[in-house]
Design a protein around this ligand. Structure first.
Ligand code: GTP
Ligand code: MG
Length: 191
């Protein structure tokens, strides 16, 4: 699969905008600012393709990128950003619910922060993924910000808090350094 051939298709604001053409959809979700767009850029070996927010909570649409004419990477709006109005939060909830209920997701990529214990919102998110019955890969991003001695215990804490099945991949990752990117490409693009 040629991941260098990538194009932005649509930023969906409502369920009617979702692309329904039968190609696989790999959905990227995670807390605001955790690095969803950065992980996508890293995968595609691009600098600023999926927009990296200077202010958190910037991506408020469901962004569809078609890759190699073969599948979509779907950059979902982040959650858990405090300075968002109740109205905006409700809009987010409806949009996400519609996308998760659409049956369009074929693989989930849940991005969490390698430094921290997953939040209550992270637990809600992984449960949404589990409810789709699709395979999900958990990416522990910002690994470059962890001390070496923290990595193993942090990964264990993530696995336990999210109650990941034994066969669920938890991938240590750094979008900044490119750590884990080849493995993630293999899993997503050659799987
Ligand atoms: N050190 C470090 N910084 C990172 C990494 N990944 C992302 N960042 C930084 O984290 C910030 C947020 O990255 P984004 O990719 O915009 O995060 P996002 O999850 O798409 O954010 P929203 O779209 O607002 O939900 C940016 O300043 C990135 O440069 C990483 O692996 N290591
Ligand atoms: Mg983003």
């Amino acid at each position: 699969m040629n991941y260098n051939q990538a194009e932005f298709c649509i930023g969906a604001m409502k369920s009617g905008d979702f692309i329904r053409d039968g190609l696989p959809q790999l959905a990227f979700a995670g807390r605001s600012n955790v690095g969803k767009s950065s992980v996508i850029n890293c995968l595609l070996n691009r600098k600023n393709f999926a927009r990296v927010g200077s202010a958190p909570g910037k991506t408020s649409q469901v962004n569809f990128f078609r890759i190699g004419g073969a599948l979509y990477l779907v950059d979902l709006p982040g959650y858990g950003y405090a300075k968002v109005s109740k109205q905006e939060r409700e809009r987010w909830g409806r949009l996400m619910e519609a996308y998760f209920a659409s049956g369009l997701i074929t693989t989930g990529v849940h991005i969490v922060d390698a430094r921290h214990k997953p939040t209550a919102d992270d637990v809600t998110m992984i449960n949404w993924f589990k409810s789709t019955n699709c395979p999900v890969i958990v990416v522990a991003n910002k690994l470059d910000k962890c001390k070496k001695s923290e990595i193993e215990p942090n990964l264990l804490r993530i696995r336990e808090t999210l109650e990941l099945a034994e066969d669920t991949v938890l991938l240590p990752f750094s979008a900044e350094k490119g750590t884990g990117v080849e493995e993630l490409r293999r899993m997503l693009f050659e799987g």
